[in-house]
Design a protein around this ligand. Structure first.
Ligand code: 5AD
Ligand code: SF4
Length: 465
């Protein structure tokens, strides 16, 4: 039933895009996508790119040159939302100069019908609005726009997993692979379950096939993506996340497997064992803790307490001495007292994260937390964020010091043009190291020894060079 539906949809998409394709090819139109938010959105933008290329568009170097500008939006925090509105508003003049320009807005923000309506009203020059659930219908929606219509399609209920969408990834050794969509957790501060819908897992076959194709195309590292990868398969698949790691590990030619994000309540012993048992799975877990206070964790509906989190962290760290954890933390959640915040600071000290992504709590309409009493004022949030960041900065320096003399294999990701012939890349455990090299080393692996450390990064040299 499910697969019939998927095939039907893909067929449908192809048929419609065929009719636009010849028209667009002859017109030689270009596109530019501006992506906000998390890796999921980056991955969605790759699918959008794939569909646009398939329809005959080519990439433009800047917004100014593009015939189609698409904003792929995020609504997790207020800040990103405001920026998107500002940046769309700034396009008014460009549209006046070039009325043929198509402006589209998609992504999580547009899954909220009220926000999409507000945007369409406020910016009459926006031609196209669509949510994440209808991403695959882009060619068809574009056809309506090219026929002179303003199009808005948001929050459609059909959330079956769609396979076969073309995809365009930037050349790299590392690729994102979705393993599931949506989230069932309803953490009380979070908008994601409302905009991305319930959890839907891709089949293990589709995932493994995609990884295999990526390896054939020259990729050697994959990051398996989901809002909560540990609940992979709970909806309708026959295997668990731990088993999926085993399947992906068997793909010949693949060197590294990463995954994110993990929910501490679901990172069970079988996952810890799978990390240990599958040699390609990297010794790093991004394990968002959000708060170190049991009282706040309860109000956040996180379904674990501090002690349980610490136990899981310990189990992971016990796997090997260079195992690293990174995390997400929110400060200023409604009702967070100085004592609660002190619990967060002490947890950060106790765990010793390699890095922490820290956020001020942002009120999201529709969530439970928005109406909780004792909302924290902006100045307090700001001040707590500052203290937390200062502590994590100290912890990062301490963590870096452990690595003096450490050697390991680095996947070279980039060349720092400003840095006098310096390349950078990551060890399997996600620690970044900078060392002398040339741009043509990007995408390759090298054995690197750490010779020094800076505030945020490690300095190294090629082991045999
Ligand atoms: N306010 C602040 N941070 C948030 N996050 C999610 N929702 C909110 C919010 N309303 C953070 C969490 C999550 C990360 C992706 O974004 O820390 O792990
Ligand atoms: Fe949001 Fe919680 Fe789901 Fe993460 S697990 S996406 S924080 S609701």
């Amino acid at each position: 039933m499910n697969s019939y539906k998927q095939d039907f949809r893909v067929e449908n998409m192809r048929q419609i895009s065929d009719s636009i394709r010849s028209r667009l090819r002859s017109e030689g139109r270009t596109y530019f996508i501006e992506t906000y938010g998390c890796q999921m959105n980056v991955r969605d933008s790759e699918s959008i790119s794939g569909m646009l290329l398939d329809c005959g568009f080519t990439p433009a170097n800047s917004k100014q040159e593009a015939d189609l500008i698409l904003f792929n939006t995020c609504c997790v925090r207020d800040h990103a939302e405001k920026r998107v509105f500002g940046n769309i508003g700034a396009l008014k003049e460009l549209k006046e100069q070039r009325p043929g320009l198509i402006i589209g807005v998609c992504g999580c923000m547009m899954q909220q019908t009220n926000v999409a309506n507000k945007l369409m009203k406020r910016f009459p020059f926006v031609d196209l609005v669509f949510g994440t659930n209808v991403l695959h219908r882009l060619p068809e929606l574009l056809e309506h726009v090219l026929n002179g219509n303003r199009v808005s399609l948001t929050n459609e209920d059909d959330i079956s997993v769609i396979e076969g969408i073309p995809s365009h990834r930037e050349p790299s050794a590392s690729a994102f692979v979705n393993i599931m969509y949506g989230c069932n957790n309803f953490c009380s501060y979070c908008i994601v379950p409302f905009v991305r819908g319930r959890e839907r897992s891709r089949s293990p076959e589709a995932i493994v096939d995609e990884v295999r194709a990526l390896v054939e195309a020259g990729y050697s590292e994959v990051t398996l993506l989901g809002q909560n990868v540990n609940s992979y398969g709970n909806d309708n698949q026959s295997i668990s996340f731990a088993e999926l790691l085993g399947r992906v590990n068997m793909v010949d030619g693949l060197k590294r497997i990463r995954f994110m994000s993990s929910h501490p309540k679901d990172l069970t012993d079988d996952v810890v064992e799978a990390i240990a048992a599958n040699e390609k799975v990297c010794p790093h877990v991004h394990l968002p803790v959000q708060s170190g206070s049991d009282r706040i964790l309860k109000l956040m509906n996180r379904k674990y307490n501090r002690e349980q989190y610490l136990k899981t962290a310990e189990k992971l760290k016990a796997l090997r001495p260079d195992f690293e954890l990174t995390t997400d933390i929110i400060v200023g959640f409604p009702g967070e007292t100085e004592e609660d915040f002190a619990d967060t600071l002490s947890l950060v000290k106790q765990v010793g994260f390699a890095a922490a992504f820290t956020f001020k709590y942002s009120r999201r309409q529709g969530t439970i937390a928005v109406s909780l009493p004792n909302q924290i004022d902006e100045a307090t949030k700001k001040e707590r964020l500052k203290r937390l960041n200062a502590l994590q900065a100290e912890m990062t320096v301490l963590n870096n010091r452990k690595y003096l003399g450490y050697s390991g294999e680095v996947l070279i990701e980039g060349f720092d043009a400003k840095g006098d012939g310096v390349v950078y890349g990551k060890y399997p455990n996600f620690k970044m190291v900078y060392f002398d090299g040339e741009p043509d080393m990007i995408g390759r692996y090298a054995d690197v020894t750490v010779t020094g450390c800076k505030k945020n990064s490690l300095i190294g040299e090629l082991k045999n060079g």
